[in-house]
Design a binder for this molecule. Structure first.
Ligand SMILES: [Cu+2]
Length: 361
């Protein structure tokens, strides 16, 4: 068996795509009632499109906050703030995937309001394109200085037992032996980016901290490679897909590959402070959708997994169901039952991916 890339749902008529308002319709393909916008892999966008996206993110960072959180100063911060406030209810639980699907959809609307192309959604980072070698990883178009998100931070020594960064609270629960950075982001369009949110669940922060990168190629190679995607696609039910990919393979893999020990992407609460968060989670959503399309009639109605943080043995609570509420936003809350968030062209969604992960025997 091998993993192959396979194009689905790419329709020819894309003009006039709007946010949400999808008419419920049949499965897969571009024949559904809505006119989907397309989420593309970062390197498949043309350079002017990449610049337009990066400009839209900067626009969010320069737009006033709407959230009732003192440390949130920009519209961009609002998304960090809601993610931070909700972290313990939306990770390592059944609604992990639907929550992040909704979060990205709302982020897209904000990007569109900042000039991003309405025919294009949140771009994604297909990790499997960058796992060939450390050189390939480091030279990924995603980290490009001009038409990407910039690269690694300067190297800071230290390890989990003996951290050498003042104020370090801790990212991953073990050392990242091959990590190669730790310093502030100093390259690319977001060089010098700071946040007052975090670290972790601290929400009263008034001190600006820089966004840090601490690259670890081995994390991407070992947790977010083709083998892990292939393994995920073969999982038989949503509960196992959610558990394996959220807790052990490509979800942590993408976070740790960029965040290492000291980097912002390894902070479960405020990882959206690094704009790469959204490319990583777009690919997470794409992986879920890829898995769903392998048996969509069943999987567009399938939800499982604990209600309580990491309670996979159900010792503290039950499991998520189709009616479990999922919401984002601290001011204007956007809320749906989980069951409305399981198809990317139904309920509030109307998008597609330029390619999905698929199997061929
Ligand atoms: Cu998250």
């Amino acid at each position: 068996m091998k993993v192959a890339l396979h194009t689905v749902g790419l329709v020819t008529v894309l003009i006039g795509a709007t946010a949400g308002g999808c008419t419920p319709s049949g499965p897969v393909s571009g024949t559904s009632g809505c006119k989907p916008y397309v989420r593309k892999e970062w390197r498949r966008l043309k350079p002017p499109q990449r610049w337009a996206y990066l400009d839209a993110v900067k626009c969010l960072q320069n737009s006033p906050s709407l959230a009732p959180v003192a440390a949130a100063e920009s519209r961009y911060d609002d998304f960090i703030a809601t993610h931070q406030a909700q972290t313990e209810f939306v990770h390592f639980v059944g609604i992990f995937y639907p929550y992040h699907r909704l979060l990205l959809s709302e982020y897209e609307k904000a990007l569109w309001a900042c000039g991003w192309d309405r025919k294009l959604g949140q771009p994604y980072w297909d990790w499997t394109l960058d796992t060939g070698s450390e050189e390939e990883f480091l030279s990924s178009p995603v980290f490009h200085k001009k038409h990407g998100f910039g690269g690694n931070g300067a190297y800071i020594p230290g390890n989990l037992t003996h951290p050498q960064l003042p104020g370090f609270i801790g990212g991953p629960p073990f050392d990242i032996p091959d990590r190669s950075g730790g310093g502030c982001l100093t390259t690319g369009p977001f060089a010098g980016l700071t946040t007052k949110l975090g670290p972790q669940n601290i929400s009263t922060g008034t001190t600006s901290r820089c966004v840090r990168r601490d690259f670890s190629y081995a994390s991407l190679r070992d947790f977010s490679g083709t083998a892990q995607v292939q393994q995920a696609m073969a999982l038989p039910d949503f509960g196992s897909f959610e558990f394996v990919t959220d807790t052990t393979t490509f979800h942590p893999g993408g976070h740790w590959a960029v965040g290492g020990l000291y980097g912002t992407m390894s902070d479960t609460y405020v990882s959206p402070a690094d704009p790469l968060f959204y490319l990583h989670h777009s690919n997470m959503d794409r992986a879920w959708w890829s898995w769903q399309t392998l048996n969509l009639a069943v999987r567009e109605k399938e939800i499982a997994g604990p209600l309580v943080f990491f309670d996979y043995a159900n010792q503290l609570g039950g499991n998520a169901t189709l009616t479990t509420p999922v919401w984002v936003g601290l001011t204007n809350r956007v809320e749906y039952p989980a069951g409305k968030l399981l198809h990317i062209r139904k309920g509030p969604f109307c998008y597609t991916y330029d390619e999905v992960y698929d199997y061929e025997d």
